[in-house]
Design a protein around this ligand. Sequence first.
Ligand SMILES: [Zn+2]
Ligand SMILES: [Zn+2]
Length: 127
Amino acid sequence: MSYSTRQREAILNTLRRADRPLTAQEIRAGANHDSAGIGLATVYRALKTFMARNEVLQVEIPGNPPCYEPADRGHHHHAVCEQCRQVFDLPGCVQGLDALVPHNFRVQRHDITLYGVCAGCDAAAAG
Ligand SMILES: [Zn+2]
Ligand SMILES: [Zn+2]
């Protein structure tokens, strides 16, 4: 299987174009608009390379397939639709987190995920 720079660029461009984290399958579908013939194995290989270079981050949400986003989007959180499993970006952080922290606890990192139903699934349910 050939593994060209062009294919890697198509994969990275797909992630940059997207306004939310994408699964490997979604990346493959998007990248094939730019460069035909990209298989899942190629997507995973490219993702591994990008993650090793800290260009791409894996977004891990329990119960969801792993998804990926460009690493330069800054600190933010995610919302996940419990029906279609799509993951969405939330802008920035939440206010007032400091108030939750016990005095004898030093926070090193945090992760916040909102679970719900996306507009598409909500509209489908409303018929
Ligand atoms: Zn949905
Ligand atoms: Zn935050």
